[in-house]
Design a protein around this ligand. Structure first.
Ligand code: 0O2
Length: 214
């Protein structure tokens, strides 16, 4: 009987996760349509990488314990909003905001929370634009709203975040002071690089126009 109960719980958990996987696919499709349309209209691809991930059962359990919430599906649904994650990496900061606007303005996308760590970087220097967006997934039983965490960032921000993430894990969260400082300096340098690349891109674009007009 205990085995039967465990099986049921496993099936329920798999069904629970599947909704997030579908929500994630909805968002991926929306973003890739925007990318392809942009490519057709402007012969220019604003997205460098598009990556999705579903939180593993282990990290969901770990987060439930860390937040001290009730381990039932309804509470998890309400409290943990990053089970489905999509990361959109762009070349330039203007593309980050442009894609964010085009995505969040869609009729069937409901914005729950926006965290603009580009305008307000975290104390360690972390930059990215986060949104918890709810999208409807149409199941045989009817539509269900699914929250998906979408992170929009530039290549420079992504480069920094992946190194910081590795260092964080390597030291199990207790990163030595001098490394913390170097990381924050590197984040500022990445921010400056983004500004320079953006300027260069704009200048190239403008002189391209002048050449065409001459
Ligand atoms: P993973 O492995 O990417 O899933 P919460 O989500 O409630 O724990 P918070 O602070 O409300 O925390 O969410 P926030 O600030 O929107 O950030 C959540 C995600 O952003 C993280 O997910 C990371 O992906 C990324 N992130 C935030 N801060 C940092 C940072 O300082 N360095 C790096 N490298 N990434 C960061 P997870 O679940 O931590 O990780």
């Amino acid at each position: 009987e205990a085995i039967e109960e465990a099986r049921q719980l496993r099936d329920e958990f798999q069904r629970f996760l599947r909704e997030y996987e579908f929500g994630m696919r909805e968002v991926e499709t929306k973003i890739s349509i925007l990318r392809d349309e942009f490519l057709y209209n402007h012969a220019y691809n604003p997205i460098e990488h598009l990556k999705s991930r579903l939180k593993s059962p282990d990290s969901i359990v770990e987060k439930v314990a860390r937040k001290g919430i009730e381990p039932d599906f309804d509470t998890i649904r309400r409290e943990i909003t990053d089970i489905a994650g999509v990361r959109v990496t762009c070349s330039f900061v203007t593309d980050v905001y442009r894609l964010f606007d085009l995505f969040t303005r869609q009729d069937d996308v409901t914005v729950r929370v926006v965290k603009d760590y580009i305008a307000n970087p975290k104390p360690n220097g972390y930059r990215s634009l986060h949104v918890i967006a709810e999208v409807p997934v149409f199941l045989s039983t009817g539509p269900v709203p699914v929250p998906v965490e979408v992170q929009f960032r530039t290549i420079a921000m992504d480069f920094w975040a992946s190194l910081e993430h590795k260092i964080h894990y390597k030291f199990d969260g207790r990163v030595p002071g001098h490394l913390v400082q170097s990381l924050t300096d590197a984040a500022d340098a990445a921010g400056e690089l983004d500004q320079r690349m953006e300027r260069l891109h704009r200048e190239a674009h403008e002189s391209g126009h002048r050449v065409l007009e001459a």
